[in-house]
Design a protein around this ligand. Structure first.
Ligand SMILES: [Zn+2]
Length: 62
């Protein structure tokens, strides 16, 4: 099941909607910002029901 989340790009500040598959459980992945094309590191925490608990956005170069 895909869930819509809002992501704020840590590089350019653009806010955009993305879809995550929380049924796969907690995961870390990279998504490129569609405005500045820099890689945003996302840390998704999901519960046992496959719902998004939190989504942490990080710069890849931190
Ligand atoms: Zn950006």
């Amino acid at each position: 099941m895909m869930e819509s989340v809002w992501i704020t790009c840590p590089y350019c500040g653009e806010v955009f909607e993305s879809e995550v598959d929380a049924s796969a459980g907690s995961q870390r992945y990279i998504e490129d910002c569609y405005v500045c094309c820099r890689p945003i590191e996302l840390e998704l925490t999901a519960d046992n029901a496959g719902r998004v608990v939190s989504l942490i956005v990080k710069r890849d170069d931190d």
